[in-house]
Design a protein around this ligand. Structure first.
Ligand code: URA
Length: 234
């Protein structure tokens, strides 16, 4: 890995500032000042210091976003703001992407990372990762709705969903739903099958992660070590 990339990945300064620091002899590789930005280093074995401070190697970042409505779950879009455009500057040098998708009008927990392996594992249909949503509806929960969700719902394209948990009082216009898949508009289409339109949808958990309710829509934070270990099943 190039020395300047390693420093940039640690979130220390802009490309220009890093260049200047190297020139000024502020960067040492194994205690010897190094001025060559293109020098190849091994992040696992070499010790890199910046102004005397050791730089810890952090190849991956894991961010919990409280996705606001009106943003698309993509890295690039030529019409709408993307969830990646909300990422704070300090993480902008990572090649981040959202783990799966929420609809443009859906709010709530969306994981953003550059860890392709973890993302793949979490999205694999074989892994049956629980996703829990809070929904507001234009009609009331009826007797039998929970049972229909529990036995799987045949969507408008003929696909039968895996069993889902509908947690709501009969007569309520609000519900929690837990699904283990991520078919296009799945929760909205499941409610459509029982005659209700979803007017508001928010994801409140994803696998073992619960949405940090102190995050306002549009805000994000890094996962704690405990959350990350849970997510990786460690
Ligand atoms: N189901 C939906 O209908 N929309 C989402 O954004 C997520 C799940």
């Amino acid at each position: 890995m190039r020395l300047d990339k390693f420093i940039a990945d640690a979130g220390i300064g802009s490309r220009k500032e890093i260049k200047q620091a190297l020139k000024g002899g502020l960067v040492c590789v194994n205690d010897i000042p190094e001025k060559n930005a293109a020098r190849h280093i091994n992040p696992e074995t070499d010790s890199i210091t910046f102004a005397g401070q050791k730089i810890e190697y952090k190849p991956f970042v894991y961010l919990m976003l409280n996705k606001p409505a009106d943003t698309v779950s993509a890295t690039y879009d030529n019409r709408d703001a993307t969830v990646i455009s909300l990422v704070p500057e300090e993480f902008s040098h990572y090649e981040l992407f959202p783990v799966g998708r929420l609809d443009k009008d859906t709010e709530g927990l969306l994981l953003i990372t550059n860890d392709g392996v973890l993302s793949h594992n979490l999205l694999s249909p074989k892994k049956h990762v629980d996703k829990k949503y809070f929904a507001r509806l234009d009609g009331q929960i009826a007797k039998g709705d929970s049972e229909k969700f529990a036995s799987g719902i045949v969507l408008d394209d003929g696909y039968k969903t895996l069993p889902a948990v509908l947690d709501a009082e009969i007569g309520s216009r609000e519900a929690f739903v837990t699904i283990q898949e991520g078919k296009f508009h799945q929760v909205k289409r499941m409610f459509a099958d029982v005659g209700k339109h979803v007017t508001y949808l928010k994801r409140v958990s994803f696998g073992p992660l619960c949405l940090d309710e102190t995050l306002a829509p549009g805000e994000m934070r890094e996962l704690t070590d405990e959350e990350l270990a849970l997510l990786k099943g460690e």
